[in-house]
Design a protein. Structure first.
Length: 190
């Protein structure tokens, strides 16, 4: 399959089995993830692989972060939402948290490190597709939450760019209809 075909036919697939993904496949995916352009060779990518009962810890962290932002964290509504959040990591057997670390290089911009880590997320999606796995990239408020960054053990100044839910697909999804690039393009030629 050509790279362009893989890009055009890949779909985010949240419908995955509980069956574990081997460490070997995860390592192959992470090796592909770091094959991104990166300014000043800062190597900003940071990965946290969460599987097994580690997912319960992530769910607990999600609930804690949510509760910390509520006026009345003991209300029945908040408690119900916390239970729902605690179960979210069990949607897939593996979650790879992708983050961008700040660099000490004097010319390196954090925006460029985040861009490179975002490209790493795309590489994870494409590598998962190549290996016959389902994957979906999630962000949301937890990706931008300093408490979550701290609970997950990322160093100060690191920015989470995605939670990659990964597993063996229940079923393949047909390619999505996508608008042509020209719909978003202007040309400056003369």
């Amino acid at each position: 399959m050509s790279v362009i075909t893989a890009i055009r036919t890949r779909r985010s697939n949240p419908f995955v089995q509980e069956r574990d993904v081997s460490k070997e496949l995860i390592e192959r995916i992470l090796d592909a993830a770091v094959c991104t352009p990166v300014h000043y060779n800062t190597n900003p990518w940071r990965f946290l692989v969460i599987r097994g009962e580690g997912r319960a810890r992530l769910g607990s962290y999600m609930a804690q972060c949510f509760a910390a932002e509520q006026d009345n964290p003991d209300s029945p509504e908040v408690r119900q939402k916390m239970e729902t959040l605690a179960a979210k990591p069990f949607r897939a057997p593996v979650i790879i948290v992708v983050a961008a670390a700040r660099s000490d290089h004097p010319k390196a911009l954090m925006a460029e490190n985040v861009a490179s880590a975002s490209v790493a997320c795309q590489n994870i999606l494409l590598a998962a597709e190549e290996l016959g796995l389902g994957c979906i990239w999630r962000t949301g408020s937890f990706a931008y939450n300093d408490r979550m960054r701290h609970l997950l053990g990322f160093e100060e100044g690191t920015q989470i760019v995605g939670f990659m839910y990964l597993g063996h697909p229940v079923r393949p999804l047909p390619p999505a209809e996508r608008p042509p690039g020209e719909s978003f393009t202007r040309w400056l030629e003369d």
